[in-house]
Design a protein around this ligand. Sequence first.
Ligand code: PGA
Length: 231
Amino acid sequence: MITHRVSNQEQGQALAAELFVAASNQSPQHPVGLATGNTMSGVYQQLVASEFKPRFAHAFALDEYHGISPTSKNSYLNELKDKFAGPLSWQGELHAPGQGKYATESGNSDFESGLRELGPVSVQLLGIGVNGHIAFNEPGSDFESRTRKVALQEETMRSNAIYFDDPATVPTHANTQGLATIRQAEMLLLLVFGEHKKQALLKSLQSPDQTTPLAALIDHKNLVLVTDLVI
Ligand code: PGA
């Protein structure tokens, strides 16, 4: 693992944007892997500010709430259109588990097939949850897991409730790439900012086990951590 220690989140997001551009331009024939949430919003803002012109034709989202309308403001597909595709005027195809052509009985295995056919992903953006989740792979997830429907843990639903007008409507399930799916990317770009994430990161690095999904990725040949934490 390569670690880049930065002095704050903004600096880290700027560095991540640079690394993302370099990695995706190196293999423009391959798709990229996108993520959502606060951490990534700043990366996308930096990409837009630098007038990045994506050369890849496909992007795969890590996860999406199960059963959510793709036009809901809480849909991750919608968030990626709003913060990434739209502002960058990118016309490529966004793939999100459980959405569009993947909203079928065989959707999750079709998503895996799509990744296999178009992949490998050149660079996968990754965050980590306060409880250590990676995408919607909650603590305890199988390290060999593939794209599937999962139940969200209480803590994840609580943290995400702030984004919903009515917290009672936070979905209870999601479709997520599995840990083995994520591991297939050529480069994993992991961004961890803020003291509230420190415990999750330290636990994954110092005593990795089945309760730390990041442990499934720690031996990846090209894992790059950008963090403002002293670890
Ligand atoms: P955040 O989410 O960037 O909004 O903190 C990260 C995650 O939960 O994976």
